[in-house]
Design a protein around this ligand. Structure first.
Ligand code: ADP
Ligand code: NI
Length: 217
């Protein structure tokens, strides 16, 4: 029987390796931040199962495009099953993996406290200074413009759920990033989201000031 600490260590090794083998390793620091923030939210909230939160955060992106394997639930069941993790804990981790994403996040199958916590931590990492860096990094990877002034920014966005197809990275703020503050599940997440949201608003204000510099503003 492996101890909980050994299980976390083995899963950490698995996730790190699966991400490194697939992509240039970019993704791992996101996972580390999500684990840390999720555990912080768990401690502040004083509810939720620590093992489920930690495994759920570590494995929340298993199966997505950052990973070598594409069937997240099957991969999670294989890895956790091999480590002797109980069926109940494994299915909670699968529930987090299947329901964390923005588009599916509106009506999760089981809205467990552990899913709520990991989802808040994942969304927080898309906000604030780190979120801005991730957005421009992703936009660059996709070959998108930083901003396309020909397409009017609509508030609320024209196509909800179309956020991964945003016409430019600045549009992505209006399609997704500025909506996240009001989607926080936990009180702790909501508190952390305030500062990151306000920072993005100030960033966009400065961005447009510079973009329009020299015109009649
Ligand atoms: P995760 O599941 O970890 O939240 P995603 O793959 O949904 O990751 O997104 C990774 C990062 O890329 C996030 O910070 C997200 O805001 C950003 N991103 C996703 N789509 C776009 C886009 N069209 N333009 C700019 N950034 C994007
Ligand atoms: Ni993520």
């Amino acid at each position: 029987m492996k101890s909980e600490i050994e299980i976390i260590e083995e899963v950490t090794r698995f996730v790190k390796k699966a991400m490194q083998d697939h992509d240039s390793g970019h993704g791992w620091s996101h996972i580390e931040r999500v684990v840390r923030v999720a555990l912080h939210i768990l401690d502040c909230e004083g509810r939720g199962n620590r093992q489920i939160v930690e495994l759920g955060a570590l494995m929340h992106d298993v199966g997505d495009h950052k990973f070598a394997a594409h069937d997240g639930p099957a991969e999670i069941r294989r890895v956790l099953g091999g480590l002797g993790v109980s069926h109940e804990v494994t299915e909670e981790v699968v529930n987090i993996n299947e329901n964390i994403s923005f588009s599916k996040g509106k009506r999760p199958a089981t809205h467990s406290i552990e899913l709520q916590i990991v989802q808040d931590a994942d969304r927080l990492d898309a906000m604030g200074a780190v979120g801005i860096a991730r957005a421009f990094n992703y936009g660059g990877f996709k070959g998108n413009e930083i901003y396309d002034p020909r397409v009017r920014i609509t508030d609320p966005p024209l196509l909800s759920g179309a956020s991964s197809n945003s016409v430019s990275t600045v549009h992505h703020f209006y399609d997704k990033l500025l909506l996240l503050r009001d989607l926080m599940n936990t009180g702790t997440g909501a508190k952390l989201a305030e500062e990151r949201h306000d920072y993005m608003v100030r960033y966009l204000d400065q961005f447009f000031r510079e973009w329009n510099a020299g015109t009649d503003m």
